[in-house]
Design a protein around this ligand. Sequence first.
Ligand SMILES: Cc1cc2nc3c(=O)[nH]c(=O)nc-3n(C[C@H](O)[C@H](O)[C@H](O)COP(=O)(O)O)c2cc1C
Length: 259
Amino acid sequence: MKENIIFCYSGTGNCLDMAKNIARKLGDTDIVMMRKYPAVTDVREAKRVGFIFPCYAGGLPGHVERYIRDIKVSPDAYTFGIAQCAAYKGEGLSKINEIIPLKYWAAVTHQCTCIYLFPHNLMMPMMGAVEAQARSEYLAGKIADDVKNNVVTRKKLGKALINKAEHSVWPTLVRMKAQDLKANDNCIMCGTCAKVCPMGNIKYTGKAVIFGDKCISCMACVQYCPKEAINVGKVTEKRERYHNVNITVDDLNQEIISF
Ligand SMILES: Cc1cc2nc3c(=O)[nH]c(=O)nc-3n(C[C@H](O)[C@H](O)[C@H](O)COP(=O)(O)O)c2cc1C
């Protein structure tokens, strides 16, 4: 087993890009993807174990919490968690900390991928994609240095009740939003949407794109469609698309990425 293991969920590439930048600097690292059930869960031989994920409505995305409950980490391992978000980190890090105590944590803001709520540059502080990417790479370097030096975070992890409330109504909102998902006439039946969906929720028959009822609102289908043919209601028709510039659909579909 590699010295360092990073478990990563990423809908549209920001978190995977950060995981790769940290792994590159650490060396001897496997990134284990959590878009589906992770290929490895027993990592008791690893010296450092990290978790990198986005904030979705104040909490953890998809099935991440359930998957983390199955992960076995040595009590001697150095553990770290990084939450990516547009503005606020939510309760995801606290949730992980309850399951696997974290020695170090950080939150990094990046472009907002939930474009049915906000345009992608509405992040804190507000900036465009190029600037946000440069900032994220710089912060990944600093975090990798901290992790390499086994730095321990001093401040306590806070829990905000507002995030709990937000996350508890989230499944209902997601179900409503999923009903607005549609592919328009620009669709060229390339199947990218089906390939990038972490939930296997999109069936592509070659003649039609059919959305099921398992959507988690990750926005990957909307953001990676080469023809911008998928929308969530009317709002996204006018919104510029965004996904991380360095991360392809094939990257997202890897089970383990080794450095
Ligand atoms: C469904 C959804 C919900 C989100 N909710 C929040 C949120 O509550 N707070 C926040 O600051 N950012 C939120 N974001 C923004 C993401 O956390 C941010 O864009 C992140 O960088 C996306 O990472 P990814 O590209 O690896 O999926 C949300 C994004 C999505 C798609």
